[in-house]
Structures are given as structure tokens and as C-alpha cells.
Design a protein. Structure first.
Length: 272
């Protein structure tokens, strides 16, 4: 099992960036010249003379040039730093017993699941399990100085598993908080199952970790969360693939994790 980690910061999520820049940055201080040319005429007003631009021009000659400004440092008070770790995300569906023409009997497939179903979400000490393992684990930890809302969703990639992705038992992705999947029937429901359909997305808020603030300082907390700065989520596929699906591990979908600052937070001050 190879685990891949990525730390999300304000630099890798463009819509979260809070840096300020006015107009554009001009890196050269070299002088630039501009020449204005045109014709005019004079009119007499007693002993004084007035100047005017020439007809048929309708306006005086004009020169425009840009003004540049920038700020140094940052005015941002929120620093994004969220780490997402996830397993190999490899899943196997066993169609169950098959007819062996040599023995004239039904035989269990290689995974041993005679009745068929999702049998390998991962291995624990060499034993296949459909409940939980590092293979289907998503861990999210908030290192930011502000509570962060995390939203997870799954989108299928084409029709590798089902010609009709919206059929009654077509395969969907589902999320479970903390304890994995213990109900085999849930893994068979698919698109038409009310329980599984309600598990296709998940949202939660992770608190700011204030444990390192030992002196006077400010921190924020989200009043409706459980006080966690990290959370473990398990992912599984629910539904029945069409016969003759991919025989090797093939990309069948994508999990998207959106990170945003939590709303309705409370600011606290730690006093000396």
C-alpha cells in the first residue's frame, strides 16, 4: 500500500488566496517618453489672446500613462494549511460462484466470496475486509489558524463499471465517518438505494489547533463541531458492476475535497 499525502495551503488553492495587489507590478524603473503633437489657433480678447485647438479636432491632444502600486507582505489573517492523506483506493468486485466445466460444479471465485459482492476494500494482516483499512482511508488534518469546512464528493469517470451509470444498482461512491462499513447490503445498494444515495457526499468542520498557544493570543473555534482538528473518513463503492468489467485496476472515479474557512466562528483570547 502506498500512501500519498498532500498539504493544501493558500498557495495551492487559488480561490483561497487573500493576497492584495493594486493594478499590476512594474519591475523596471526606466523612464518612458511620450510626444504630443497637433495644431491650434489664437483669438483676441482686447489686449489678451486665447489659445484653442484646431478644427476639425473636437478635443485637445491627450497623453495617458499608467500608475503602478503594490503591497509588501500580506494582509491575510487566515493561513490555510490542511493535510489530506489517502490510501490506494483499490476495490474488487467478485461476481461469485462460477460454473467449472471440468468438475461439473459451481466454484468460488478467487476471493472466496461465493455469493458475490465487494470483497476487497483492503487487506488487514493479509485478510480481505470490507469494513476498514488503510486502502480506503482518507485522513484530513487542519493546521490552519482558523476552523475549516471540508466537503467530500465522488464523481464517476465514464462507464467503466456500468453502461447506465444511473441504473437501479449502478455503482456509486459513499463515505462513512470513523468506523468503516460493516453492512454488506449497503455495499450492494448502489444508485437506487436510499441509504447509499444519502452517503455520496460528506461535510464537516475541523477546529483550529490552539494547543500551541501558550502565551496571550487569539484563536477561533466553531461552536457546532465536535472539537476535532482531524478526522478519518472511509470510502467505498456501492452497487453492482456490469458483467465483464475491467480485469485490472482501472480509474473509475474521482474524489474531490473542497476546503473553505468556516462561518459563524467565535474568537477567543488566551490571557497571560
Amino acid at each position: 500500500m502506498s500512501e500519498w499525502k498532500r498539504r493544501i495551503s493558500k498557495f495551492s488553492i487559488s480561490f483561497l488566496a487573500l493576497s492584495l495587489c493594486l493594478f499590476s507590478l512594474k519591475t523596471s524603473a526606466a523612464a518612458t517618453s511620450d510626444t504630443i503633437s497637433g495644431d491650434g489657433y489664437t483669438t483676441q480678447n482686447g489686449t489678451l489672446y486665447n489659445g484653442n485647438f484646431s478644427d476639425p479636432s473636437s478635443a485637445a491632444a491627450v497623453s495617458n500613462f499608467s500608475i503602478y502600486a503594490m503591497t509588501s507582505g500580506t494582509s491575510s489573517s487566515i493561513k490555510y494549511d490542511v493535510e489530506i492523506s489517502f490510501g490506494d483506493m483499490q476495490f474488487v468486485y467478485d461476481y461469485g460462484n462460477y460454473w467449472n466445466p471440468t468438475t461439473h460444479s459451481y466454484m468460488a471465485n478467487t476471493t472466496g466470496r461465493q455469493g458475490g459482492g465487494w470483497v476487497i476494500i483492503g487487506y488487514t494482516d493479509g485478510t480481505p475486509t470490507v469494513t476498514q483499512s488503510v486502502n480506503n482511508l482518507i485522513s484530513i488534518e487542519n493546521y490552519s489558524n482558523f476552523p475549516m469546512t471540508c466537503s467530500l464528493s465522488y464523481s464517476m469517470n465514464g462507464t467503466q463499471l456500468n453502461a447506465d451509470p444511473y441504473g437501479e444498482h449502478s455503482v456509486i461512491g459513499i463515505f462513512q465517518d470513523g468506523f468503516g462499513f460493516t453492512d454488506y447490503s449497503l455495499l450492494e445498494e448502489g444508485y437506487g438505494g436510499a441509504t447509499a444515495r444519502n452517503m455520496q457526499t460528506m461535510s464537516f468542520t475541523l477546529e483550529m489547533d490552539s494547543s500551541g498557544i501558550n502565551t496571550a493570543g487569539e484563536y477561533y473555534y466553531y461552536v457546532n463541531s465536535e472539537g476535532d482538528t482531524n478526522k478519518d473518513i472511509y470510502f467505498a463503492l456501492s452497487g453492482i458492476p456490469d458483467r465483464d468489467g475491467p480485469s485490472d485496476f482501472t480509474k473509475v472515479g474521482t474524489i474531490t475535497v473542497n476546503i473553505a474557512p468556516a462561518v459563524n466562528t467565535t474568537k477567543m483570547t488566551i490571557m497571560n
